[in-house]
Design a protein around this ligand. Structure first.
Ligand SMILES: *Cc1c(COP(=O)(O)O)cnc(C)c1O
Length: 379
């Protein structure tokens, strides 16, 4: 009997296998230190991440959503944003970006996606600008940097705060300078928000996140907010929260961060194989301008008209796929007030997108096989 080969979408045990022993050692160090909240492990990771993404301040937090909402909350506490202010955000994002806005009593202004980059359409920002917009949250979706001269010029002309959702793009490099010179994603605007959710390019064994910023005042405010609103014990300057990164997670991440570029490089190789070998005209591959290498390939997303049939065909041939995301935020039940808005490109992406396997669970040979299977798809 011939057993069909299986191509898993993602298996987190396999992803963490190369780091297992080093992480166990690091976690043992935490257990034996007697220090289980804050402290040197958290500080060491914060410094390492700051150096890696070329920003002066990093604050370790519980998860990516908390990084996003505390960035906004910090600016509210500093008086740079106020309740009811508007924040531009891509219509085509994971719901967390929008949750961070509404959680703070701010108002999202959705910007439709660009059909090529699948990110916020930076050529149409002026069309979407409204009275009361004070900030913008570019999302580097699928690992592709959302930053170019049009966006930089727009935020400078309108003096907007820029809070990047860098949950999917750690290690990415933009093709033009950020507001503070560096081209590293997460350091392009005033603040950058990281997620270390297990499936991200650098993932902890559980939830974790961080805020990176060029703004010393914001770093200070977020440090306080994550710690009940307090920088000195029993002195509460804000009505804060408890959103601290655990030393256990920080120790795991200190092990994995030095390999971020290597992991991203492995993803880029798989993407290169898909780019090169997928030739089925029913399958739209990601499109890149000549020479642009501004993605860390968190997902490899193709677009297919009859998605269900395509996914069923792949699964029959052993290939697992995923969909990121079938329902955009403005079509979620919780955002019924935005259900009427017209976002044709985002709707089209949501209807047609399919993510192919792109992780340590996929070898280069597997990617060649998957490309061949994709090429065998017929309507
Ligand atoms: C994962 C993710 C988040 C949320 O991060 P968590 O750590 O899961 O809270 C936010 N935005 C985007 C684009 C993400 O992919």
């Amino acid at each position: 009997m011939i057993t069909m080969k299986h191509y898993p979408f993602l298996d987190l045990k396999t992803v963490n296998e190369p780091y297992r022993d080093a992480m166990v050692e690091a976690m043992t160090r935490v257990v034996d230190s007697g220090w289980y909240v804050g402290g040197p492990e958290v500080e060491a990771f914060e410094s390492a991440l700051a150096a890696y993404c070329d920003v002066p301040y990093v604050v370790g937090l519980t998860n990516g959503l908390d990084a996003l909402r505390l960035a906004l909350r910090g600016y509210i506490e500093l008086g740079r944003l106020g309740k009811g202010d508007k924040v531009m955000v891509p219509a085509n994002t994971y719901v967390a970006t929008v949750l961070a806005i509404t959680d703070n009593g701010l108002v999202p202004v959705f910007v439709d996606a660009d059909d090529m980059t699948l990110n916020m359409d930076t050529s149409r920002l002026d069309e979407y600008l409204q009275e009361g917009v004070k900030a913008i949250m570019p999302v580097h979706l699928y690992g592709r940097v959302c930053w170019d001269e049009a966006l930089r010029d727009f935020v400078q002309r309108h003096s907007l705060l820029v809070i990047e959702d860098n949950a999917q793009a750690i290690g990415a490099v933009a093709t033009c300078d950020g507001l503070f010179g560096t081209r590293h994603s997460g350091g392009l605007g005033h603040a950058g928000c990281f997620s270390f959710y297990p499936t991200k390019n650098v993932g902890a064994l559980g939830d974790a996140g961080a805020l990176a910023t060029h703004d010393a005042e914001l770093a200070q405010a977020v440090r306080a907010i994550r710690n009940y609103g307090s920088l000195r014990q029993y002195d509460n300057i804000y009505k804060g929260l408890n959103c601290r990164l655990d030393p256990m997670k920080a120790a795991q991440l200190t092990v994995k961060l030095p390999f971020a570029d290597m992991e991203n490089g492995a993803r880029a190789k798989l993407a290169g194989i898909y780019d090169c070998y997928i030739t089925n005209s029913l399958v739209r591959k990601p499109l890149y301008a000549e020479g642009a290498a501004d993605s860390v390939w968190h997902q490899y997303v193709v677009r297919v008209d009859d998605r269900d049939a395509f996914r069923a065909y792949l699964l029959e041939n052993g290939v697992e796929t995923a969909v990121h995301y079938a329902t955009p935020p403005y079509r979620q039940t919780c955002y019924a007030e935005y259900a009427g808005i017209d976002m044709p490109v985002s709707d089209e992406i949501a209807r047609t997108c399919v993510s192919l396997p792109i992780s340590r669970c996929t070898s280069l040979d597997d990617a060649m096989d998957i490309a061949e299977i994709v090429n065998g798809y017929r309507r």
